[in-house]
Structure formats: structure tokens, C-alpha cells
Design a protein around this ligand. Sequence first.
Ligand code: SF4
Length: 459
Amino acid sequence: MTRTTPPTRATRTTRPAGTPRPYRSYVYAYPHKTAYRPLSERAPLAALWADEPKDALSLYAHIPFCEVRCGFCNLFTRIGAPGELTTRYLDALDRQAAAVREALGDAAPVRFATAAFGGGTPTYLTAAELERLCDIAERRMGADLRAVPLSVETSPATATADRLAVLAERGATRLSIGVQSFVEAEARAAVRPQRRADVEAALGRIRDTGVPVLNIDLIYGIDGQTEESWRRSLDAALHWEPEELYLYPLYVRPLTGLGRQAPGQDADREWDEQRLRLYRYGRDHLLARGYTQVSMRMFRRTDAPALGPDDHACQTDGMIGLGCGARSYTSRLHYSFDYAVGMREIRSIIDAYTGTADFSRAEVGRWTDADEARRRHLLQSLLQAQGMETADYAARFGTSPFADFPAELARFEALGWLDGDAPGGLLRLSPEGLAHSDGLGPELFSPAVRAAMAAYEAK
Ligand code: SF4
């Protein structure tokens, strides 16, 4: 995607001086992985988890394989993995699961309250490999997949009937498919070429499974996308009456396909305006059609069953991540493996993971303290449309968010980002605050996390 002309029907608007740019960073986890570093003393998992509550953990398994690399994608995933590599990867995942389960111990009850398979594209695995993945989650980790919400990501090309049948039978309650655009020219512009007919057929197969929650991901801000073409994608998605819809603004990040084509485009203010305009259009379109806004990105059909955490990339304490792109969270340490976006680096990290025999220690991560815990709590709550009960914050930290973040909250108020009509005791974003979630969130990052992220060298 090369933008040599302003986006179609772009209108120039002047943003008040000092207003943060609306699209700085998607805060789906805090601190971001680019703030993680190799741990000087590799922490034994058994010690890390010894005093943690373990009766409502989240389990996340990361499958870092895709068929094609979408132009906008900066996730940890590689394309074209041969069968012997996926086998090796599952072998390593099995070894990791055994080590983690041993570290959790049996002194206190260990129970998983939610499970998710993400990626990459978990359905890049064959049906037999998906069976094996479920076996690892159940037999090694002890997750009762049929009794808890289980969310799985898929793609149009890999959502085959045999794979979906395995997932439905093993207890999937939510299938999430990345469509991005139903307009073929837009899909090509985002470097995710796909035929509309194939997308529709995949959606039909997903609905045939009877899995209760279908989520469809769409993207706005693609070159040439207009309100009219955006509405066509929204309506095509609505035709399937999905229980959930995620509307993502397009980002162009370093080392991605689009980033290589158009370096510096991320600084395009007119593009910001296009994305804000399409966001508002999409939001209003869904609100008028029986959807409730859960966060800037997430919309839920008002009559849909709520089967799991509001945000798929939920970041509550007590997360066990399996796989080399997955994070794990204790109350003191967030940890993972090395992270990269470039394909060569990703390949070597996956190879190192599959060659690992000892998974008993955390390798890469970031220690968190009380200040970071407050920031994380505020970020997690404030970026949800329902807002944050200040009493919950006070109960956890013994203080008020207004005392802890006076400058930030005063600034948000001055920008019109706080809802002045929220009931007493509720800190809630205004519709404009919600629209600027990706500009507002980074304002709450600590100086140390900002410095670490700024010092991170993309690879
Ligand atoms: S956006 Fe999803 S399907 Fe596309 S390359 Fe990234 S992980 Fe794979």
C-alpha cells in the first residue's frame, strides 16, 4: 500500500494543540512485549508461581504459523511451516506444558477458568494436530476444555470442516475469524488477498458447527476505503449475525509488509482523520443494529451469550502462556520468550524454542511493581466502555486513581475524554475518549516502560 494521494474524501480537521495522536499504540497488554528484556537471573517457574492464586488461571496456547503474512501484521508468526516443524513445535509445547504444570505444583488447587488458542493461525494445524493441542491442554495442563470458555482463532483458508469439527467437539465456545475486509480490492491493498466467496464459505462452515460465539475481525483505514465500502464490509459481516465484531484501525508497523512498502506513512495525519471517520461510522452503524460497544474495538450483539472475558487478549493476572509467542503473567513478573517481527528472526526463535529441553525457568520478561500494577489496573478498566468503579480501585490499592494519576486524568478531562455524566464513583470515557483509546492508553505508561519500549530495536 503506497499512499501518494490523500485518502478518498478526506477532510482536513485541525486537532487542538497538545492533543495526542489518536493512533499511537493498541494497549492490549501492559507492559508491551517490547518492554521485556532477557532476565539476568532466569527465574525458576516453581518459585514464581509458589504464592500465586491458581484456582482461576487463564490458559493461552500460541501457534505461530500462518499461510500468508498479511501486510499489516506485526504478530509473532511465520509462514509456510512444513509438517515436520509443526510436529516439532507441538513436541516442544508438550514439554513446556509438562514443565509448567510441574512448577504449578499440587499444594494448592490448580484450575483453569478460560482457555484460548491464538496465533498466528491455530487452524494452520491439521485436524489431528488440533486434537493433539487439545490433549496437551487437557492432559498435561489439566484444563477442562469442555467446561470452560474456549476461544480459537481461525482464517478463511484454514477453517476447514474437519478442523472445525475437532474444535467444536473438544469444547470451543468461540471461533474468531480474521476477515479484515469483504471487499476484494481492499483485502489486496492490505496484502491479504482472498476471494469473497471463500470467506463466505468459511463463515458458513463456522456457523454449521453450532459453536455459540462467532467473532469477525474487520479493519478500517485501508487505502481507498470509504464510508460506502466500509459499510459494505460491515453489512456483509452483519449478514452472519456474529455475536461479536472487532473493528481494528489499520496500523503500519516497522518490518511488516506494508511498513516496508511505505515507511513513514504512520505519521500521516490525514490517515488519522480517515480512520477516526471510519471508526465513528462503523461504531454508529453497529450501535444502530443491536450491538453494544464493549471497548474501542469490540462490539457484542446485545442478545448474545457472554461466555468469556471481554477482551480476547485479556491480561488479568494469572495467565499461563504456552508456545514461543505467548506471555505468562504472575503478579510480579510478566514473561515470554524472545520477540521479533522480521521473518528471519522469527524462524530462528521458533527453531530455538523447538530445540529447548528445559522449560523450567522464565527467560525474557519484565518485573512489575505496585506502580505498574496501578497503571495496568487503570488501563484495563478505563479502556472498557463500561468504565472503572473507583471503589474497586480503592479496595485493591487503598488509594484513589485521582490521587495516583492527577495530571493524566486532568488532561483527559480537559480533552473531553472523560464522561462528565457518569454516575458518581464511576470513571468512564466519553465517546470521544473511547475513540481515542489508542492515543490515551500510552499516556498512562510509566516512564520506565516508555524508555524500554523506545530503546527496543525492532528485529
Ligand atoms: S494478521 Fe493473523 S492471519 Fe494475518 S499474518 Fe498476522 S497472525 Fe497471520
